[in-house]
Design a protein around this ligand. Sequence first.
Ligand SMILES: Cc1cc2nc3c(=O)[nH]c(=O)nc-3n(C[C@H](O)[C@H](O)[C@H](O)COP(=O)(O)O)c2cc1C
Length: 158
Amino acid sequence: MISTMKRVLLVFDTKFGNTEKLAKEIAAGIEETGTAECKVIGIKEVGSEDISGYDGVLFGGPVHAFRATRGIKGAIKDAAKKGLDGKLVSSFDTYQAPGHKGNAARGIEGEVSKRAPRAKIFTPGLTALVDGYEGPLNATEPPKAREFGKKFAKELAG
Ligand SMILES: Cc1cc2nc3c(=O)[nH]c(=O)nc-3n(C[C@H](O)[C@H](O)[C@H](O)COP(=O)(O)O)c2cc1C
């Protein structure tokens, strides 16, 4: 039988581990649909990943000084060089201060559009609250992340 399972890559940057946890929740939501399988990797692993094998790619990281981190932007640049054209791409971020959250997820989308104009952006990305500088993830966020993952997988399945 020919497999129709879609393949999704989630790339995260993190300082304290919260954005990695969020990425794993999104991945669980995607896989719950039964239509896609996911791999979750850190930014340093992008270099050794064969991006061409994926139908969808998500990039996420913490908000640092209102913005997306240099680390995740670098990962987008590396991935785009290998080819994000035609893939469904989305974003996620974690922030600590609701009044000063900036918008890293939007920044990530912008970076993808700049580096890979022919990627299809799944928007808006997910933005998730952490309770304090080092976390943990606010308890309301994991269910939202799973829901976001499901929506992404449904869009990918068409
Ligand atoms: C250098 C630095 C700058 C930060 N700037 C902001 C900020 O502008 N707004 C905000 O809401 N949180 C800010 N934070 C808090 C981070 O968003 C929080 O540490 C992060 O979401 C935790 O995710 P992580 O565990 O994946 O690193 C900052 C954290 C660091 C380390």
